[in-house]
Design a protein around this ligand. Structure first.
Ligand code: G3I
Length: 322
């Protein structure tokens, strides 16, 4: 029988999963599912600044390399996640009393070194992650506080400087459908593009937690970003219920939603869809107490034993039908 990956390959679609190198080393079922069912992989954490930077002047690429090499060995496309984010900074960062010039030099070196190392091996980078707050204002972070909003433009320019070929993305959550936040991101990217900042695409994370974005509105959103000249990818999809609010047939309803989203995205011309993990047992929702208390922890295409769920079959059928 064909795998999901076979079907995605035939249809020319990228179907991805976020990958954890430790689980890859320890768990043969995870390894097998990751390699045979997906044609795109992205390190869930290993390329973030915290894991990569044990100290201010050093890099530790072991985990990131493990995921990238695994992907290469299995002919998967690799998405890089992420260069500039307010979360998952190194622990030592807290105590660092930097000047704006020092911080700027640090960030430039980080982007040059990391993007440069994976030149020709990583196809797309989430250069900036989650820079817009939920109400559409610019999020205040260490980066914006010290460097002003210009850090955004600089980050994309530094990435482009070192790798003229890789696709450069702005990535965010809660901006999947047409709403206040995606309006703000649209305006931001339009302004940056007007200044020739090298941005190739926008990543819609699509963590559908409790309130599931309307597929038609996602399609409308995809189209307007494409009209700006941007590629659009679904970068971190998972689908969970508010605890206590799941229907009696949760997995079937979840499968319908996966089907509707994949359908709407393909229809709109968005042909990369990444799920945020491989099996439910690996979902970040299981590891985060506050999120775990709010949402059911079964958001992915495979269950805890890496058996395909109804959502898996729904996505596969949709790809075959199109
Ligand atoms: O591996 C370390 C271990 O060495 C350490 O001792 C231990 C103690 O904290 O933590 C382990 O690291 C954890 C890591 O996940 C790996 O499990 C971090 O604490 C934990 O914060 C980290 O969570 C990640 C989270 O981003 C950080 O905010 C999740 O795995 C990851 O799925 C999640 O992904 C984000 C995307 O990058 C951006 N969009 C939202 C998405 C979900 O929150």
């Amino acid at each position: 029988e064909q795998t999901l990956r076979d079907v995605a390959d035939e249809r020319g679609v990228s179907l991805g999963a976020a990958i954890d190198p430790d689980t890859l080393r320890r768990n043969p079922s995870y390894w097998k599912t990751a390699s045979s069912e997906f044609n795109l992989l992205t390190p869930e954490n290993a390329l973030k600044m915290g894991p990569l930077r044990p100290s201010r002047h050093t890099y530790d690429f072991r985990d990131a390399d493990a995921v990238v090499e695994f992907g290469e060995n299995h002919d998967a496309t690799i998405r890089g996640h992420t260069l500039v984010w307010h979360n998952q900074k190194p622990d030592w960062f807290q105590a660092w009393e930097y000047t704006p010039e020092q911080l700027r030099a640090f960030l430039r070196d980080h982007i040059h070194t990391v993007v440069g190392r994976y030149h020709g091996r990583i196809d797309a980078w989430d250069v900036v992650n989650e820079a817009v707050a939920d109400d559409g204002s610019m999020r205040r972070t260490v980066w914006s506080d010290a460097l002003g909003e210009e850090y955004l433009a600089d980050a994309f320019r530094w990435a482009r400087e070192i790798d003229p070929d890789v696709d450069l993305y702005y990535n965010d959550y809660g901006a999947d459908e047409v709403n206040e936040k995606s309006d703000a991101i649209y305006d931001l990217l339009e302004r940056l593009l007007a200044r020739d900042v090298p941005i190739d695409g926008v990543g819609l994370q699509l963590h559908a937690l409790g309130d599931w974005p309307d597929p038609d509105s996602i399609a409308e959103n995809v189209r307007r970003f494409q009209d700006l000249g941007l590629e659009v990818e679904i970068t971190e999809m998972d689908v969970a219920y508010h605890r206590g609010e799941a229907p009696s047939n949760p997995l079937e309803v979840q499968a319908e939603y996966y089907r509707d989203v994949v359908d709407a995205c393909l229809e709109a011309g968005c042909e990369t869809i990444v799920t945020w993990g491989v099996g439910d047992g690996n979902s970040w929702l299981r590891g985060f107490k506050d999120f775990g208390e709010r949402y059911t922890g079964d958001p992915l295409l495979f269950d805890d034993r890496y058996e395909p769920k109804p959502a898996y079959h729904a996505v596969k059928d949709t790809l075959q039908d199109q």
